[in-house]
Each structure stands twice: as C-alpha cells, then as structure tokens.
Design a protein around this ligand. Structure first.
Ligand code: 13P
Length: 252
C-alpha cells in the first residue's frame, strides 16, 4: 500500500509572516492527517519559520531547490545541509520552472538528487512533457530521457527514497488539468521505467504524484486512480482552505 503524499509548492509566494500565519491555520485542519503525508514547500526565506511553526504536527516542509555541492562559490544557491538545518525534510528537484528559467538539465537534476539523498532529504523529482512534445507524440520519449538522465547511477535502495512528480508542463498554472486517464498513462510509463531500471520492488513502492492545475474539485477524480499516489499542488495550495480541501480529498 503506497501512502499518498499531498504537497503544496508555494513557488515565489509568501513572506515569513504569511508563511507562519498559513501554517498556524493549516495545523488544525490538516496537521493530523493519517491518510496521507502533508508537505508544504515555502520559498527559502520562510523555510525555517514554517518548519518551526509546523513542529508538533504531521506537516513536513520541503525546499524548492538545492545545490549539488556541499559548499562553495555559488552565489544565490543553498546546500542540502543548510536546508536540513532550516528544518526541511523534503526538496523539490527539477521543477519545469527551474528547467525553463535556469536552464536546468537532467544531469544537474541527477547531481542535486544525489546531494539531497546524501543529506537524508526526500527528493521530489519533477518530470513531464511540454505541449509541443505531447502534440508531437513524444511524451514517452521525454519521460524516458528525463528518467535516464535524472536517475542514473542510483542504487535501488536510493531510488526507493525518492518521490516522483509527473507534471505535464502544459497543465501547470493553465487551468488545464490532465484528465485522470492521461495522468495514469504517464504514471504507468514512469513505473515501467522504474521496474526496468530498479526492479519490481522499487516500482511497486514508488510513489508518483500528479501536478498541474490540481484543485479541490478535481483531486477526488485524480486520487481515485490506483496509479496516482498524491499531488504536487501549485496555485491552489496558496490558500489554506483550498489546500486543506485537497489534503482532505473525498475518500471512499
Ligand atoms: P499549478 O497547480 O498552479 O498548476 O502548479 C503546479 C506545479 O507546478 C506544482 O509544482
């Protein structure tokens, strides 16, 4: 049985004060969730304060990026040890906005992933195709390329600590959610790649989250799919009420 993960990616939103107020409101409505893991990903500046506020609840805190080096001359970057010290337990790696805005490559994703694992962080690695790639019928090839580049050189034990988020780029912030069937099709491809590379056990236990315009009114349909093990939520995670509704999605 794979325990679902509902994660909120705040992107470049919320000050420290706003983050603390959010967590204080989230705790009573989602801080005791048993049916899923709850993760929020504030910007770097609010990580420590959010983690401090979340203490004593089940809410976990993720960073939105990490550098692969332990330390060094990398202006603007943050190391895995710094994230752990700030109270992060998870880290998002390879989000399509970082690939787009910062030219991140699969090779860099791989290095970041290894640094995160070495520091005991749970990586949430994002993969997914653009609209052009989908329309050209290349979704599978894109996922294969991102998987091969992003996850190379890992042992099955290391791979088993990773969460993957399937985020079709065309569904992010557009209001165009992939249908549950489209998401399932891509999740199956990812699970098959995991099976091929890391074995049956790793594939069966791998949790694959869906991301892209997840809202309170479509989470139920997505989570009803056996293949969908959670969600990485952007815009709809910024409001506590709507994120709590997503965390407490309808379950039969
Ligand atoms: P939206 O939910 O705003 O589409 O963003 C999805 C996302 O990029 C989460 O990482």
């Amino acid at each position: 049985m794979r325990r679902p993960v509902i994660a909120g990616n705040w992107k470049m939103y919320k000050t420290i004060a706003e983050a603390v107020a959010y967590v204080d409101k989230l705790k009573p409505v989602a801080g005791r969730a048993r049916h899923c893991e709850v993760v929020i990903a504030p910007p770097f500046t609010a990580l420590a304060a959010a983690a401090q506020s979340a203490r004593g609840s089940e809410i976990k805190v993720a960073a939105q990026d990490v550098h692969w080096d332990k330390e060094g001359a990398h202006t603007g970057d943050v190391s895995a040890a710094m994230l752990v010290e700030a109270g992060a337990t998870h880290v998002i790696i390879g989000h399509s906005e970082r690939r787009r805005d910062h030219g991140e490559t699969d090779e860099q994703v791989n290095r970041k992933l290894k640094a995160a694992l070495a520091s005991g962080l749970v990586p949430i690695v994002c993969v997914g195709e653009t609209l052009g790639e989908r329309e050209a019928g290349n979704t599978r090839q894109v996922l294969e390329r991102q998987f091969a580049g992003g996850f190379c050189g890992l042992t099955p034990a290391e791979f088993s600590r990773i969460l993957i988020a399937y985020e079709p780029v065309w569904a992010i912030g557009t209001g165009r959610t992939a249908t549950p069937e489209m998401a399932v099709e891509s999740h199956r491809i990812i699970r098959e790649l995991a099976r091929r590379e890391f074995g049956e056990g790793a594939a069966i236990s791998l949790r694959i989250l869906y991301g892209g315009s997840v809202k309170p009114d479509n989470i139920g349909g997505l989570m009803a799919q056996e293949e969908i093990d959670g969600a990485l939520v952007g815009g709809a995670s910024l409001d506590v009420g709507s994120f709590a509704d997503i965390v407490n999605y309808p379950r039969s």
